[in-house]
Design a protein around this ligand. Structure first.
Ligand code: M6R
Length: 614
């Protein structure tokens, strides 16, 4: 949440910062702002409520000439979205400007102390407290900005990624992080700074990911220096970035979400590349086989995640229990962390997160590690916090997901969970080599089968017109299709703002069936699996009460076609692979309904892509 960009070099800082903010807008878009020091040593801070384009317009007639600057796009935590609460915030004497991602939990105590020392505040944010505190420390101790930042951060409880610039020293940026990501791009005698590497991918592929409680000293024409909070100089580990600019552009699609939905055949292929080989006969996840004994001897697996990742975790439960006969529990990371979890060293905790930065999931990982469990991460963003905090893990390799509504990351996560279950199953011998080969072969066919599902897009677009103005939806499924129902409902909610509930279809008769009437459409996920006969009864129960039905069915299903109002036919695949096939039409349905309603599908209201606060 919140995106930070910084630049120091001989180039035009404003252009780099505005371009970078556009790339980071997925992290929050309540307001945006920029701070630059011009050649005469004047600190110019421009900020506006709304998206980056509003800021860009606002800056059109402003002095933006600078070689140094910091910028921010906000997802509000403390104080409503407004010009005043927008970042950068600056010290009362106008010497420092600061941008911040995270929350300062003890900001009230710090603020009261600063007020006693005569500081006045203009915004409601915790960030303004931090910048005033740093300047107060600097003035009191007559010290450098680096020392002032370090001393101030020692007083802070909470999470932060910050970048600070000083009017009186326009050749230096100080950056620091704790629990919120920050990465430095090292160019040719110039530096970039950002919440992730996307803002500077076209300028450099040399990156340094800041570690927990690490401070970066970035100076003009000087090498980068890193320090710990207790002022020890840290080693610099420059990594090569594996990201291309085309992955960050819409590539002819009107929205990132649609592009990402249509990318799924390719992203699934990337996800399985090198992991399913020899015509499917060999299926391996290195993270699992490298920890063979741990997985073979696991007493229990607990999966922690949030949102869409929690839905893929539920599918993971079915996969692992089916294929490996290990009991699996799935927990919301936010509940797990406060539930006094009981874990032992022979438990495995799997943390799933697209961004690799979700605060609740990170906190759950820390608890699990403390309790001695082996922690395995499944993430998309290379170099993000979760892969660094876990003992081992797997990247889903689906490329940057920019649309706030997760699509290709969901299918990538489910794919990795399938490979994980197969690898464990083969190690434990709960799956025979023949079982693996058969399923492995199907997995190789999956990208082209998803391609086939995508050809339903025009049909789904037409169908969406009928349901655009429905006020509520039910999504129903059983077994593997139950988490798919939850995910379908979440997709609709978050981008079209239509109330939608996902339910296990059999639970319907225990309450939700009371909601069914002609105004309440049900989306029923009913592939031909071992629960097919059961779900046919559920379809009939909905129809008998006058509800309209959109059913996702296996090709050639005449039974449900004769009952439902609309059917979307998908290819027949083994039961454990149905979630990847059946979730795609639901992604398209929610996309088209949201478009019909004129909603901003890539940046839905109130949401942000990366949830780095509690
Ligand atoms: O990055 P993560 O997978 O940890 O994010 C978890 C959720 O915030 C995320 O899946 C959210 O629910 C998406 N907006 C769903 O589309």
């Amino acid at each position: 949440m919140c995106g930070i960009v910084g630049y120091l070099g001989d180039g035009n800082a404003y252009n780099v910062l505005i371009g970078g903010l556009h790339r980071l807008e997925y992290r929050g878009y309540d307001s945006a702002g920029i701070a630059l020091v011009d050649k005469k040593g004047k600190l110019n801070v421009y900020k506006t409520m709304g998206k980056v384009s509003v800021l860009e317009n606002f800056c059109k007639d402003k002095n933006v000439d600078s070689h140094i600057g910091i910028a921010h796009t906000r997802w509000a935590t403390h104080g409503e979205p407004s010009d005043c609460n927008a970042h950068p915030h600056y010290s009362e004497d106008g010497n420092l400007a600061l941008v911040h991602n995270g929350t300062i939990e003890n900001y009230k105590v710090l603020k009261d102390a600063l007020v006693e020392h005569g500081c006045t505040f203009h915004s409601e944010t915790d960030t303004e407290v931090l910048v005033q505190l740093i300047e107060y420390v600097r003035l009191q101790n007559d010290c450098s900005l680096l020392d002032a930042v370090r001393e101030a951060l020692k007083q802070v409880i909470g999470a932060y990624a910050i970048a600070v610039i000083e009017k009186n020293n326009p050749d230096c940026i100080i950056a620091a992080r704790k629990s919120s990501p920050l990465v430095v791009g090292v160019g040719d005698d110039e530096f970039y700074l950002a919440s992730d590497a996307s803002p500077f991918v076209e300028f450099t592929d040399n990156v340094v990911y800041l570690k927990e409680e690490e401070i970066a000293l970035i100076r003009r024409h000087e090498p980068l220096k890193l320090y710990s909070l207790d002022n020890k100089e840290n080693e610099i580990d420059v990594k090569k970035l594996e990201m291309s600019i085309s992955q960050l552009e819409k590539g002819g699609y009107p929205h990132f979400m649609l592009k990402e939905i249509f990318e799924q055949p390719a992203t699934l292929l990337d996800c399985i590349r090198g992991r399913v080989v020899d015509h499917g006969r060999i299926v391996t996840l290195n993270g699992v086989s490298d920890n063979r004994d741990t997985f073979i001897n696991a007493r229990r697996i607990v999966i922690v995640a949030c949102g869409t990742s929690w839905h893929s975790a539920l599918i993971g439960k079915y996969l692992i229990q089916d294929m490996c006969h290990i009991p699996v529990e799935v927990e919301y990371a936010s509940e797990f962390r406060y539930s006094h979890p009981v874990l032992t060293p022979d438990d495995i905790v799997i943390a799933i997160s697209q961004s690799g930065e979700t605060a609740d999931t990170l906190a759950a990982i820390k608890i699990a590690r403390k309790m001695g469990a082996f922690v395995y991460g499944i993430s998309n963003v290379v170099g993000s916090s979760i892969p660094r905090e876990t003992h081992s893990g797997t990247y889903i390799h689906v490329g940057p997901e920019i649309g706030v509504a997760s699509t290709k990351a969901f299918t990538g996560q489910v794919m990795v969970l399938t490979l994980l279950a197969m690898t464990i199953g083969e190690l434990k011998k709960t799956l025979s080599p023949e079982d693996v080969a058969k399923l492995g072969n199907w997995i190789l066919k999956l990208p082209s089968l998803v391609e086939k599902v995508l050809s339903l897009a025009p049909e789904i677009e037409r169908l969406s017109l009928i349901y655009t103005y429905a006020r509520n939806f039910l999504y129903l499924g059983r077994g593997y299709s139950y988490p798919v129902a939850l995910e379908g409902a979440l997709k609709l909610k978050e981008i079209s703002y239509i109330h939608a509930e996902g339910y296990p279809a059999a639970e319907m008769k225990h309450g939700p069936i009371a909601l069914i009437d002609a105004e309440m459409p049900s989306v029923i996920i009913a592939p031909k699996d071992h629960l097919y006969e059961k779900i046919v009864s559920n379809v009939q129960q909905v129809k008998a009460r006058g509800g309209s039905i959109i059913a996702v069915v296996t090709e050639g299903d005449e039974t449900i076609r004769n009952i439902a109002d609309h059917v979307l036919e998908v290819p027949d695949v083994p039961e454990c692979l149905t979630p990847i096939i059946t979730s795609v039409p639901l992604q398209l349905l929610s996309y088209y309904i949201a478009i019909n309603k004129g909603k901003d599908v890539d940046m839905p209201r109130n949401l942000a892509k990366s949830v780095t606060v509690e």
